[in-house]
Design a protein around this ligand. Structure first.
Ligand SMILES: Cc1ncc(COP(=O)(O)O)c(C=O)c1O
Length: 356
């Protein structure tokens, strides 16, 4: 029976060296299959870490396979043997990390500011000072973690003045401070405060590589050199030392260059788009109080969501459909730059008209 072989380049049958172009894939009589050589792998991770070291102004940066691991390892290592960690009630660390702090790292998360975006410096101070009278056994304060901006609060920010006060207080008491800055680039773009300034108030800073930097996963953690140098061992024992990490590093590195300029341009265009749409009867797009890239949009009454979505699809635009109250939360991001502003305005206007 004839066996179907994959098509091979014609030089495969020739025996002279010249007929094999240098950039053809290499036959390897070793290993278990195709894999990419060590150089790009090491190079991409290294390059990304160097970029973030400079961006944050910290002593060292390290690639982490996930944000959850970055948060958990940072908090555990900053806390040492001490068990109590103050966090926002709404934070990812408190609500969305499967109790990793309690079950894996022997930390007890102490939530502050129920359902609020942030806790104030005074609330933190009170929480710490009350420990003495509220608890008998002194298991020790490990660290404080702050998420900014806050995902469960529709991307609202922790005010910079509060961050400064908290940082000052923590430094005066030698309490370590971690930043879950998964989306810190959004906070920076909307507040005008640089990543370096935000980072300067914290001991460790984590930034996501996939929320807006285009990787398929991954995170970066920055902090003092001596602390970050302990991380490779911690990453390994928690199963995160993956061979393919370089791919995420390379993807994020590519998007990282120019991200701040593109976000500023997206903000500028969103203002033009929103002000044109706000001229239309029944439409009101407004920023959230203390918000970043998420806006609330009121649609005219009686818009049929499905028709609206289908019409926009024809323009290669997607946006949330109005809910039962004719409202939706819409987001600004760099994909706004993929079309002219006027095209986007006209497409939304036309789709609203078609879906009444
Ligand atoms: C604020 C925040 N922190 C941490 C994470 C965790 O990131 P990862 O999915 O990489 O574990 C997320 C992810 O949704 C997040 O939104």
């Amino acid at each position: 029976m004839p066996v179907a072989l994959p098509a091979v380049p014609s030089f495969a049958t020739g025996l002279n060296k010249e007929s094999a172009p240098a950039n053809e894939p290499i036959v390897k009589l070793f290993g278990d299959g195709e894999f990419y050589d060590g150089l790009p792998y090491l190079g991409a991770v290294d390059e990304l870490e160097k970029k973030f070291q400079a961006i944050t102004g910290k002593g060292k940066a390290i690639y982490m396979p996930s944000g959850t691991m970055a948060n958990q390892l940072a908090i555990a290592m900053l806390s040492g043997e001490n068990t109590k960690v103050f966090v926002q009630d709404t934070s990812h660390v408190y609500r969305d990390e499967a109790d990793a702090a309690q079950s894996i790292f022997n930390k007890r998360l102490m939530p502050l500011a129920k359902n609020q975006t942030f806790f104030t410096a005074d609330e933190l101070k009170k929480g710490i000072e009350n420990l003495d009278s509220e608890e008998v056994f002194k298991s020790g304060l490990g660290c404080v973690s702050i998420e900014n901006p806050v995902r469960r609060s529709d991307g609202r920010m922790v005010p910079i003045d509060e961050i400064k006060k908290i940082s000052e207080y923590c430094r005066s008491k030698n309490i370590k401070l971690h930043l879950d800055g998964a989306r810190i680039y959004l906070a920076s773009a909307w507040s005008g405060i640089s990543i370096k300034e935000y980072s300067s108030y914290f001991d460790t800073v984590y930034i996501s590589l996939y929320k807006y930097l285009g990787a398929s996963g991954g995170a970066i953690l920055c902090g003092e050199k001596s602390l970050i140098e302990k991380m490779p061992h911690m990453i390994k024992i928690h199963g995160g030392n993956m061979f393919g990490n370089w791919l995420n590093a390379a993807m994020a590195s590519y998007k990282l260059d120019g991200i701040e300029d593109r976000l500023q341009e997206a903000i500028k265009r969103s203002k033009e788009i929103f002000s044109a749409l706000n001229q239309l009867p029944g439409i009101k797009i407004s920023p959230l109080d203390g918000g970043t890239n998420i806006y609330s949009m009121k649609f005219p009454q009686g818009i049929q969501g499905q028709k609206f979505g289908e019409s926009l699809n024809d323009y290669f635009i997607r946006m949330p459909r109005p809910d039962a109250n004719s409202e939706a939360k819409i987001s600004v991001n760099e994909t706004l730059l993929y079309r002219e502003t006027k095209y986007i305005i006209d497409a939304i206007k036309d789709s609203i008209n078609k879906s009444r």
